[in-house]
Design a protein around this ligand. Structure first.
Ligand code: NAG
Ligand code: NAG
Ligand code: NAG
Length: 172
């Protein structure tokens, strides 16, 4: 039996939806392991105080970073990207808990030019889990999480902090 003329637009719509549906790419998971180097103080600082905390505590302070992503923990290790990041002292209760927002931009290899955006907490001295809330390039539509921990802190007035990062990125 031929479909009645009034059903035709509906059937066409289903056909279009079905075509689009079969083109949906499969989501995949990429695990990246790298090191995040932060130079604090001195002429080559990669993080600066943008807003000094008002009052006696640290509540309300804001720091801006353009930190370094490397393949390994050594300074001589290969550069794989930079961050554009913001650290905000947004906890009244704890002097060592910060709101942390980062854009990781990869500058080499397969992911050159691609980025992931991360939001979460920085609790000094603890392993931190943060949410990957998006991405660009190869990481378009990304979601996932990162696990990071401080593995070394060297220097006194000029500090080099090295964090180990694992990123579990779900993307298309
Ligand atoms: C800062 O960077 C310059 C250029 O890379 C280097 O020559 C200099 O030794 C560095 N200074 C410090 C204190 O690390
Ligand atoms: C800062 O601390 C000093 C000493 O504890 C206190 O006298 C002063 O009132 C505090 N100032 C503010 C703005 O909290
Ligand atoms: C990364 O991409 C930029 C812009 O396309 C290009 O200039 C640069 O040479 C690339 N770097 C590497 C290491 O492939």
């Amino acid at each position: 039996m031929a479909p009645s003329p009034s059903l035709l637009p509906l059937l066409l719509l289903f056909a279009v939806v079905a075509t689009v549906g079969s083109d949906v790419p499969k989501e995949k998971m990429t695990h990246l392991h790298f090191y995040f180097h932060v130079y604090y103080g001195g002429p080559n600082a990669t993080i600066v105080t943008a807003v000094s905390p008002p009052g006696n505590g640290t509540f309300g302070g804001i720091w801006v970073g353009n930190n370094i992503l490397k393949e390994g923990p050594e300074s001589s290790s290969m550069l794989i990207g930079r961050t554009y990041d913001l650290t905000v002292q947004a906890s009244i209760e704890s002097q060592s808990a910060y709101l942390y927002m980062l854009n990781f931009v990869f500058t080499t290899g397969e992911y050159n030019g691609s980025s992931i955006s991360i939001v979460g907490e920085e609790v000094v001295g603890e392993t931190n889990e943060r949410a990957i809330v998006g991405g660009t390039g190869k990481f378009r539509m990304a979601r996932g999480y990162t696990i990071s921990r401080l593995i070394s802190s060297t220097g006194t007035t000029e500090l080099l902090l090295v964090h180990e990062h694992d990123a579990y990125i779900y993307h298309y």
